[in-house]
Design a protein around this ligand. Structure first.
Ligand code: SF4
Ligand code: SF4
Length: 375
């Protein structure tokens, strides 16, 4: 396992972190989902034994049972593994809610302190209307003084320039943000975080599952014989500004494969990275010809989710990620899929890219249906 200096925390963090949002689940007789505790605990401990020293949870993950599972897995490992979890900002309606949640989380985790306590899903709106409004930074600093949390952190979901603004508050030790082969928009903000002494954990190294299936196109990006998920993880780990790639692992095979990848001390070469960079830039330009995702064409009077349909089309046509394209398309409710288009043409007048939307929607239906039959 590779270990990296984690900002100014004084910690050496494993290049692979255990994300506990996809733990194995079981259903009870009333069809309620629960974590399969025995399997989940064994899987996390297997990862810890292989050198993973950072585990990440959140209040609501896995039917709100992820923290319980993580707490159980940490028994006997507490001094070897750093524990990260998150305050659900969406639940905060008053200042006292901070303490209430932290107490509940410490109880669920069955620990005396949390190493990295994140504000979950920070955006500009939540910064202004929750964190600052309810003085959560003061609350967190009090919890830190009381020894209940060691570091204050945030997970991030907004435009990169907002990340800089949050970093400039000067109270955070680390940031958790999206970074993968298909989404590198946070790259400059990540570099700024490192410059300011924060540790950086990258989430979604396999693009939220989009890169977890084989793609000849992706594999051809480098000369070495690597699988698509391996390439995706190595790409993230090869960025010196990412100290830990957080992977939500759901079975032992995934743990073994990811640990193997995170133990390769040779990062992708600069030639390989440059080649990947050039190819992905071309892909992005090509994708923009299909749709930039700006949403100006919306709403469609017949409820077609145009940008979502085109996101699936792009995965298929540009990135050749057939399974991911079908999966993405199937996340769109049938009433919002391309087939609901009645060709009224209202959207085309609003598209700044002059995209022939009706023609492309027809193409989306045909191509995704064909891909669905093939996978
Ligand atoms: S052409 Fe189709 S997608 Fe566009 S607004 Fe009309 S129904 Fe909606
Ligand atoms: S307006 Fe054009 S580019 Fe923007 S989301 Fe709609 S189709 Fe895509």
């Amino acid at each position: 396992m590779i270990y990296n200096k984690f900002g100014k925390t004084g910690i050496e963090i494993s290049a692979l972190g255990f994300g506990s949002m996809r733990l194995p689940m079981v259903q009870d007789s009333d069809n309620n989902n629960h974590v399969d505790m025995d399997k989940a605990v064994a899987m996390m401990r297997h990862g810890f034994d292989l050198g993973i020293n950072y585990v990440d949870s959140a209040y609501g993950y896995c039917a709100s049972e992820s923290e319980i599972a993580v707490g159980k897995a940490l028994k006997g490992y507490r001094d070897k593994v750093y524990l990260s979890t998150k305050l659900p900002l969406g639940n905060i309606k008053a200042t006292g809610d901070f303490d209430r949640h932290l107490t509940e989380q410490l109880t669920k985790l069955d620990v005396d302190y949390i190493d990295f306590y994140h504000f979950h899903g920070v955006s500009n709106e939540r910064l202004e209307n929750v964190i600052l409004k309810y003085k959560l930074i003061d609350e967190a600093l009090k919890a830190k003084s009381a020894g209940l949390i060691r570091h204050l952190s945030f997970s991030f979901h907004d435009k990169p320039e907002i990340m800089n603004k949050i970093i400039d508050l000067g109270v955070f030790s680390s940031v958790l943000c999206q970074y993968n082969l298909l989404d590198r928009t946070n790259e400059p903000a990540i570099a700024y975080a490192v410059e300011q002494g924060l540790g950086v954990v990258g989430m979604g190294p396999v693009g939220g599952g989009r890169l977890s299936y084989p793609s000849e196109f992706m594999q051809d990006l480098v000369e070495q014989n690597v699988s698509t998920p391996e390439l995706a993880l190595r790409f993230v780990i090869s960025n010196p500004n990412i100290h830990c790639a957080l992977s939500g692992m759901g079975n032992l095979q995934m743990v073994d494969e990811n640990v193997k990848t995170a133990s390769i001390s040779e990062p992708l070469s600069s030639d390989e990275l440059q080649g990947i960079d050039a190819t992905l830039k071309q892909c992005q330009s090509l994708a923009d010809i299909y749709c930039t995702g700006c949403g100006y064409c919306m709403p469609c009077p017949h409820e077609v989710n145009i940008p979502a349909c085109f996101a699936a089309l792009i995965l298929k046509k540009v990135y050749k990620l057939d399974v991911a394209a079908v999966e993405r398309y199937n996340t769109i409710k049938p009433v919002n899929q391309a087939a609901a288009c009645v060709k009224c043409g209202a959207c085309e007048k609003k598209c700044p890219q002059n995209i022939p939307i009706t023609k492309r929607l027809k193409e989306t239906t045909e191509i995704i249906t064909r891909a669905d039959r093939a996978v």
